[in-house]
Design a binder for this molecule. Structure first.
Ligand SMILES: Cc1cc2nc3c(=O)[nH]c(=O)nc-3n(C[C@H](O)[C@H](O)[C@H](O)COP(=O)(O)OP(=O)(O)OC[C@H]3O[C@@H](n4cnc5c(N)ncnc54)[C@H](O)[C@@H]3O)c2cc1C
Length: 254
């Protein structure tokens, strides 16, 4: 149950509030996931609205794309010049109404393995800037996803950076019950001009998986198979997911 709402004007003030021991105090992005969760909770929750902190900018600095934490999914769709498949992943992530409120950081923080946008961001080797009372940390999305904490103390994501965003070739392929549904298996491949190739898989588990980060494109199929060889659940067997991951990874490479 939400018992307190604060809208600080500075990041320092937000960090001060977020570092309180009680009540449980959490960052509020668009609130689309947090509200539903808090309503179902019996414990008291305070929320820190991030909208007055100026974290809503999308900027190209050199070849790097800097995305503020509270950029909404619709802001991303409306911004020209992003990798084409990033737009597709945003469309598949959330409906039109949800996209108006849902923020990029909130989406990454609450994503499960079936999130198209998180899968694509993982392939693109997104780096998060996280502010805590103790200092600032930059961490790759792949390292951060297993460390995410639902409770307080996880820090405040202020920015997401994609390096050489304009030069990267990004592909995304998926299998789902319907074209608009969340994936049962999905693959995203990012290829840098010098040959570096990253394969991320989604559709299963608590977060998308990085299956490969290599200096050249070779080995994508074996990496896809290995990464999803145990990926069974109520939606699909591990054998099916491993085989589809290989097919989708191959399609991504054209
Ligand atoms: C009708 C409906 C259907 C939905 N369907 C799906 C679905 O199919 N699949 C799915 O994955 N989700 C679904 N969601 C959940 C939700 O819409 C998305 O996960 C959304 O993208 C979350 O973004 P947000 O900005 O609203 O996050 P919020 O709800 O504001 O926050 C989500 C989490 O992220 C944390 N957070 C937010 N911003 C930051 C930050 N800057 N730094 C650190 N932590 C932060 C919050 O504290 C919270 O724990 C649905 C929601 C609704 C209302």
């Amino acid at each position: 149950m939400i018992v307190e709402y604060q809208r600080p004007k500075t990041i320092d003030e937000a960090l001060r509030l977020l570092s309180r021991a009680e009540p449980l105090t959490l960052p509020l992005g668009g609130g689309t996931a947090l509200n539903r969760w808090a309503q179902a909770e019996s414990q008291a929750v305070a929320v820190i609205d991030l909208q007055a902190l100026g974290l809503n900018k999308i900027e190209m600095r050199g070849s790097n794309l800097h995305l503020g934490a509270v950029v909404t999914l619709q802001d991303l769709l409306d911004h020209p010049g992003l990798p084409a498949m990033l737009y597709e992943a945003v469309r598949l992530e959330a409906t039109h109404n949800l996209r108006q409120a849902a923020t990029l950081a909130g989406t990454l923080a609450s994503a499960d393995g079936r999130s198209p946008l998180t899968t694509v961001m993982l392939a693109l080797d997104a780096t998060l800037t996280i502010r805590k009372a103790s200092g600032t940390e930059k961490i790759g999305l792949g390292s951060w996803l297993p460390l995410r904490r639902a409770g307080a103390g996880g820090g405040l994501i202020t920015e997401i950076v994609l390096t050489a965003a304009g030069a990267v070739k990004l592909s995304y392929e998926y299998v789902a019950r319907t074209p608009a549904d969340r994936p049962i298996v999905c693959a995203a491949v990012a290829q840098w001009p010098a040959g570096r190739t990253r394969l991320a898989l989604g559709g299963w588990g608590t977060a998308p998986l990085l299956a490969m980060d290599g200096p050249e494109p070779g080995g994508v199929e074996a990496a896809a198979h290995n990464a999803y060889s145990q990926a069974g659940d109520q939606w699909a067997s591990a054998e099916y997911r491993a085989a589809m991951a290989v097919t989708l990874a191959k399609r991504c490479q054209g």
